[in-house]
Design a binder for this molecule. Structure first.
Ligand code: GDP
Length: 299
């Protein structure tokens, strides 16, 4: 606990500083409220959410007679926490009685999918689960090597096929091996080239169907790069149209001044952010906790 808060306090500092600078006034003027909305927009919160947050804040500060920057800060913290969906379920199904829980990891190439698989495996092992990874991104030869390297790094076996193998058959083999070995969670890394939506739909749909011959896919995590803003959201919709996404992993939140994208992603996709990537190392994935995020932001 507190790790996300401390790490994000550093990486989110541009966003946080901007907000704190605006509210650290003796009294909020009309311009200040507008500046606050601008700061939220610059951090990619999205227009509707930014407007809503500022409106709520203005009303509440008036009703409660909140004037000091500390009072406004407390109200802003509460408003941001609510906007981040404080009561959303962000748990991940990591085991089942009747076989391994299967977590498909999907997203556009370059967003950090393979890295996320490795880091997530580490988190799950740390939580006491046994984990196996399947390298179903067989299109990019280096992807399986990269996942194998992650496997070694975090002490998790990787099932892979020959170069150019059918992704669905690799996923099938991974789940089969997970079953045979009594593994808790099988993470399946998938390919994410976005040449054509139908090609992607066919491939992901097939991977899912073939996995389902042995049991359900429990989670489909969509990996999104926080630094891609609205473009990332457009791509995200292609995936939510194709597969039943149960959670988002927002990567590269370290060093990004665009932390507000968490709010936009959840509002646009209606899916909770379950984890955030905060670096390239093996310990750089953290469960997303709205309160910690806001604490870190407004430190
Ligand atoms: P994939 O093509 O989607 O599988 O993407 P990769 O896992 O190969 O990641 C692409 C690049 O993003 C690599 O250089 C990763 O180290 C980097 N990366 C992934 N996640 C993060 C993150 O949370 N923060 C930072 N700074 N870099 C990341």
């Amino acid at each position: 606990m507190g790790r996300l808060r401390d790490r994000l306090a550093r990486s989110n500092s541009a966003f946080g500083r901007g907000l704190l600078a605006v509210i650290s006034k003796d009294e909020m003027t009309e311009d200040d409220w507008e500046d606050l909305e601008d700061s939220l927009l610059q951090a990619d919160v999205g227009v509707a959410a930014a407007t809503h947050i500022v409106e709520q804040l203005r009303t509440k500060s008036m009703v409660e007679g909140a004037r000091s920057s500390e009072q406004i800060k407390a109200l802003l913290a509460a408003e941001l926490t609510e906007a981040l969906g404080a009561d959303w379920d962000r748990s991940l199904t990591t085991n089942r009685d009747d076989g391994p829980a299967v977590v498909m990891v999907v997203g556009v190439n370059g967003t950090g999918k393979t890295t996320t698989c490795g880091k997530l495996a580490r988190v799950l092992v740390g939580d006491g689960n046994t984990v196996l990874m399947g390298a179903a991104d067989t299109f990019r030869a280096a992807a399986a090597d990269q996942l194998a390297t992650w496997g070694e790094r975090v002490g998790v076996d990787v099932v892979r096929g020959p170069e150019g193998a059918d992704p669905a058959s690799v996923a099938f083999d991974a789940v089969k091996a997970g079953k045979a070995q009594g593994i808790d969670t099988v993470l399946v890394d998938t390919a994410g080239r976005l040449h054509t939506k139908s090609g992607l739909m066919d491939e992901l749909g097939k991977v899912k169907r073939v996995i389902e011959k042995q049991g359900p896919v429990d989670e489909t995590l969509l990996v999104l790069d926080a630094t891609t803003g609205q473009n990332g959201l457009v791509q995200a919709r292609v995936f939510t149209d194709v597969v039943d996404v149960t959670g988002v992993v927002l990567t590269k939140l370290d060093g990004s001044a665009k932390g507000g994208i968490v709010i936009a992603v959840q509002n646009e996709l209606g899916v909770p952010v379950k984890y955030v990537g905060i670096g390239e190392g093996k310990d750089d994935l953290a469960p997303f906790v709205p309160e910690e995020f806001v604490d870190g932001l407004l430190q």
